[in-house]
Design a binder for this molecule. Structure first.
Ligand code: 5GP
Length: 389
């Protein structure tokens, strides 16, 4: 890595140019921890390394899900705390998503029960302005001040919700409640998709509230530090241990749990439909095997195939394509302990049903499913707008 000149320095990170690559920056996270808009600050040796690991792993998960981010590589491994990102013009907003009432929301709304579930999730914008304690700002004012367009506000809201949902799923798998989350956005300065809005900055243990087992008293995030008025060395050690635990748990966020979908067609006449299903599954990155086996003509082979596939793959779904009166699906259902899905519907719906089933245990697939649904929804809205227009 050819770290060039320093171009910016925040409270907890330093940005450098990457020599020879004007559209790429190197981000290094520092050991500083601060609260009260920087009024109180301490150094925790090794915190920057842990923050870079957490950020790298979170962003790699978001990239795998297909969410647009500035992250390219690094931060996670033995790379001297150097993360490579695409250069952005940052939008001076903190976008906060809340799934559970806590923090400043409860302070502003004393009638709101702390810990109450927020449905739908709430999205708030804060102006980045330390001198004025990052005030809440409404969408109209954001537009009036030329900070972002209405379309960008809509896109940030959608992307922030998706980011929250993906990370909430990952934490839920670890029996931990994601309470709220702060992210920031930028516009790509150059290269492919120049001007595009992406999730940028860092997402680390300072950016969220996380409550193991849904219990605030077990919190693992920066709130531990915020709650300490005059932290002792021992207190700071405790904070560091929490950051280590989090970096460690986030380490497995981007791991896919590969599942397999066996697409079984009842006859050669269904080969085309089974091909469409396989293609639709590829959009989610789900591996497939294809067979032709008939419930009426080769029932023995169907049973043999099920036994073979069940014994080979740990996470397996069957899709039954064709067969008279659901005979193939019925036979598969009777023979396997794995789920069987009817492959007769349109291929996209069949693939979505498979993805949802496998996503129960796989955050990457869960995120990809959310993105496919979001894109389908906006395509429907656009089509409807075109009809009305
Ligand atoms: P609140 O508005 O309740 O204080 O914070 C909401 C969420 O945004 C919390 O998860 C909190 O950690 C995060 N957050 C708020 N302000 C900042 C900030 O200046 N920096 C970082 N990293 N996170 C923040």
């Amino acid at each position: 890595m050819n770290k060039g000149i320093e171009i910016a320095r925040g409270k907890t990170k330093v940005l450098f140019e990457q020599e020879g690559q004007p559209d790429v920056l190197v981000v290094t996270q520092s050991d500083t921890i601060s609260a009260g808009d920087g009024a109180r600050r301490h150094e925790i040796s090794g915190k920057g390394r842990l923050a870079a690991q957490t950020t790298g792993r979170v962003f790699r998960l978001l990239n795998l899900c297909g969410l647009p981010t500035h992250y390219l590589s690094g931060g996670e491994d033995d790379d001297n705390n150097q993360m490579l990102v695409r250069r952005c013009n940052m939008i001076p907003l903190e976008v906060v998503v809340r799934g559970v009432a806590a923090g400043s929301l409860v302070k502003r709304n004393p009638g709101l029960q702390r810990g109450a579930l927020l449905v739908p999730r709430m999205v708030e914008f804060f102006l980045k302005d330390d001198a004025n304690h990052d005030p809440l700002i409404d969408p109209d004012t954001i537009v009036q001040r030329g900070i972002a367009t209405p379309q960008e506000i809509g896109a940030m809201t959608e992307m922030a919700r998706l980011t929250f949902d993906i990370l909430a799923h990952a934490w839920r798998k670890r029996d931990t409640l994601l309470v709220d989350l702060k992210i920031e956005f930028g516009r790509l300065v150059g290269g492919d998709g120049k001007g595009m809005l992406v999730v940028a900055d860092v997402i680390d243990n300072d950016s969220w509230r996380i409550w193991p087992q849904g219990r605030e008293d077990l919190m693992l995030d920066k709130q531990i530090y915020r709650n300490l008025e005059n932290p002792s060395g021992e207190d700071l050690e405790r904070v560091k241990r929490a950051y280590e635990t989090v970096a460690d748990q986030v380490g497995s966020f981007p791991q896919m749990r590969p599942g397999m979908v066996a697409v079984i067609a009842d006859s050669n006449a269904q080969a085309e439909q089974s091909g469409r299903v396989v293609q639709a599954l590829q959009i989610f990155g789900i591996p497939t095997v294809r067979h032709i086996a008939s419930a009426t003509k080769t029932p023995g082979y169907v049973l043999q195939l099920v036994q073979q596939l069940d014994a080979t793959f740990a996470r397996l779904l069957f899709v039954a394509v064709g067969g008279t009166d659901g005979a193939l699906r019925g036979m598969l259902d009777g023979a396997t302990s794995n789920p069987v899905i009817d492959g007769g519907a349109d291929a996209e719906s069949v693939a979505l049903r498979c993805a949802k089933t496998l996503a129960l245990e796989d955050t990457v697939l869960y995120g990809r499913t959310l993105l496919v649904q979001t894109n389908a929804r906006s395509a429907v809205l656009q089509a409807d707008a075109a009809l009305q227009g």
